[in-house]
Design a protein around this ligand. Structure first.
Ligand code: GRF
Length: 199
């Protein structure tokens, strides 16, 4: 049997995508193991999820007087010490500079709840919902992509899926549908990636 793929997961919040990955690792659906979950926010619920799964959970905060480059170097060194095959951004809300990204070429993967070139950055679902209300779009989606540089929610695509917006949708119902899809798409995309790189 091929060795398990090694993941480090970076989060900033709830960690529902992290949970989907942890569950898929635990069930054997994903031939991977999460070595560490790192959050830049102390109160991320995702850290609790990691601890409950018996996985290292680290709050990695920017120190006072630390520059962005110093922070990214310290983070890259810590992540590299885990010898990961992939670094998974699952709701990581801090832009990683090339200081970090150049250490892990083609190995940083992000999920974004919108289609390529639409609604980059925060509140993507809310902004799509508002655009729908204005009659500008009739669907949105989810994308999983590599992170080659500092451009936000942009990079070589690994997968996308369209999500229709319905007339009776509320923001909450749209969010719920997108999150369910995210969890599936993220796990399936990582599964395909692992298969492609271990054969
Ligand atoms: C997800 O919608 C993800 O696509 C975006 O941030 C959100 C994180 O949610 N980048 P969670 O913390 O995984 O629940």
């Amino acid at each position: 049997m091929a060795a398990l793929s090694r993941f480090v997961v970076l989060i900033s919040g709830n960690g529902s995508n992290l949970q989907a990955i942890l569950d898929a690792c635990a069930s054997g659906e994903l031939a991977a193991s999460v070595l560490s979950v790192i959050s830049n926010k102390a109160d991320s619920y995702g850290l609790t999820r990691a601890r409950s799964a018996g996985i290292e959970a680290v709050h990695f905060a920017k120190l006072e007087n630390e520059t962005r480059n110093e922070f990214d170097t310290r983070l890259a060194n810590y992540v590299a010490s885990k010898q990961p095959d992939y670094i998974i951004l699952a709701g990581w809300m801090r832009i990683l500079s090339s200081t970090f990204l150049s250490v892990f070429p083609n190995r940083v993967i992000n999920i974004h709840p919108a289609l390529p070139d639409t609604f980059p950055g925060t509140h993507a679902i809310e902004r799509a919902y508002q655009a729908y209300q204005r009659g500008e779009i009739n669907h949105t989606g989810v994308m999983v992509h590599l992170v080659p540089d500092e451009s936000v929610d942009n990079g070589p695509l690994l997968s996308t899926e369209i999500v229709s917006i319905h007339p009776n949708d509320t923001l909450e119902s749209l969010e719920a549908r997108i999150h369910i899809l995210e969890h599936k798409l993220f796990v399936n995309t990582l599964k395909t990636l692992i298969k492609e790189t271990t054969h």
